[in-house]
Ligand binder design. Structure first.
Ligand SMILES: Nc1ncnc2c1ncn2[C@@H]1O[C@H](COP(=O)(O)OP(=O)(O)OP(=O)(O)O)[C@@H](O)[C@H]1O
Ligand SMILES: [Mg+2]
Length: 240
């Protein structure tokens, strides 16, 4: 896929019950395949913006296009389908199912998406891997988990390990867009660097767009573009 992945035009967002808008963004475009770092102070609205792009919350019509869809005009179900098929979301709080193993958590990504299942079938034919389970295992190994970690329930893993399971789940089935909300906050520098390398290699392989939020300014040099939310948002921090 080529062209524009995300396009915001005069996006306005206010949480229900809030006394003022949180986001007012005149223009913001991300190209397909681009790797972009988004920074901003705590509470500035980064996770809110990501949740609008991922279709978890609803913007108004004509303000936000994602992968060619006007997110304000899709139904909740259509947005859920788009996310299941085309968007890998690494949540700030991971959202793993605690009693499923790491590997079963990764396999969940295809459970809800025919499109992902089909892409996994295709990549299995092209590789020497024997099964979906084996492909999930390989992804987890690449992210630095061990075979014994992979079969343990997610709640028994460390926070940094859970973060990597969440990343594997987002990558599984090659979605067109990866949204990563502080995905390296619990990793030491060695795991952080290998995490970034695996993430970038997977994105490059499938021309996946990567929108990555972090407080860690030292990661900026890895990215083609690095922006502050305040550069985009006309609602000033002082008024929030
Ligand atoms: N579900 C919600 N309902 C109402 N207000 C919310 C909700 N989620 C976030 N907010 C408010 O929106 C503002 C921005 O929150 P958000 O989580 O987007 O910030 P953030 O930039 O991701 O911060 P952090 O770096 O701490 O993760 C905050 O004032 C928060 O209270
Ligand atoms: Mg946040």
């Amino acid at each position: 896929m080529t062209g524009t992945c995300i396009e915001l035009k005069n996006l306005e967002f206010q949480w229900p019950g809030a006394t003022r808008p949180l986001l007012s963004i005149p223009q913001f475009t991300v190209q397909q395949g681009e790797r972009l770092l988004l920074r901003g102070a705590s509470g500035s609205g980064k996770s809110t913006l990501l949740s609008l792009i991922a279709g978890i919350h609803t913007p108004k019509a004509h303000q936000l296009q994602v992968l060619g869809h006007d997110m304000g005009q899709l139904s909740q179900r259509q947005r859920d389908n788009l996310r299941a098929n085309e968007i890998g979301y690494i949540f700030q709080q991971f959202n793993l199912l605690p009693y499923l193993s790491a590997q079963a958590n990764v396999l969940l990504a295809e459970h809800f998406s025919t499109a992902r299942r089909q892409r996994i079938e295709q990549s299995l034919r092209a590789s020497k891997l024997s099964s979906h389970k084996e492909q999930a295992r390989q992804l987890l190994l690449q992210l630095g988990l061990s075979d014994s970690d992979i079969t343990r329930p997610a709640h028994q893993l460390s926070v940094g390990q859970q973060q990597r399971v969440a990343a594997a789940r987002a990558l599984f089935g090659a979605p067109a867009l990866i949204i990563a909300d502080e995905p390296t906050s619990a990793l030491d520098s060695e795991h952080r660097d290998s995490f970034i390398q695996v993430l970038f290699a997977a994105c490059q392989q499938h021309n996946t767009t990567l929108l990555f939020v972090t407080h860690d300014a030292s990661l900026a040099h890895h990215f083609e573009r690095s922006i502050e939310l305040t550069e985009l948002n006309q609602v000033s921090q002082e008024s929030l």
